[in-house]
Design a protein around this ligand. Sequence first.
Ligand code: C5P
Length: 208
Amino acid sequence: PRRPVVAVDGPSASGKSTVAKALAKALGIAYCNSGLVYRAITWSLVDKGVDLDREQSFKSAVRSMKLECRIEENELHVRIDGKEVGQEVRSPAVNAAVSRVSASPWLRKRLLPLFRKLADDRALVMEGRDIGTAVFPGTRFKFYIDADPKVREQRRQKQGESDSIEERDWEDRSRKAAPLRCAADAVFIDSSRMTVEEVVLRMLEELR
Ligand code: C5P
């Protein structure tokens, strides 16, 4: 990256989105949720009824998608086939399929330049599963946010989502291509007993 990147990785409902967003705001830089891109692609595949078990159909559907990522008002916006993605990418159907889609090494390779390009002309906080390990392995600023599975289930339920995060996490951790794991040089934060403010303060201290 030509500009500084803060990588924030961790499992679902660890609180990483909330803290990554707050950290970006505190630093006055852009916030990028890489999961939004995987969700947008998954949503489009589900919407088109693409059979994910058929590799050729999957690849040709992805190839024919028009995917646009841009940062506006310090936040990542994603458009797919000209349509801005919104809350529909948080649906149970997308939750159920996204880890299968994102396990594709072919897809991950295709998205890598797109994510890296975002840091060409601005500093940013990027959140995901493999930002510190695969997307920006060279950045000096890496965090891994975790929390007890019980706390994570509670947080997810508070967000009004009922489906289990366990399966998705397992898939994200066990896939071959860029699995979820804490980079050796990342600062590990267990947020189970911390407030959002405490986590952000801790991150700001580390960055200083
Ligand atoms: O962060 P979020 O829960 O919205 O991400 C949705 C899914 O996208 C994850 O469960 C994971 O399968 C995939 N993802 C990924 N790599 C990233 C970000 C998200 O594989 N950097």
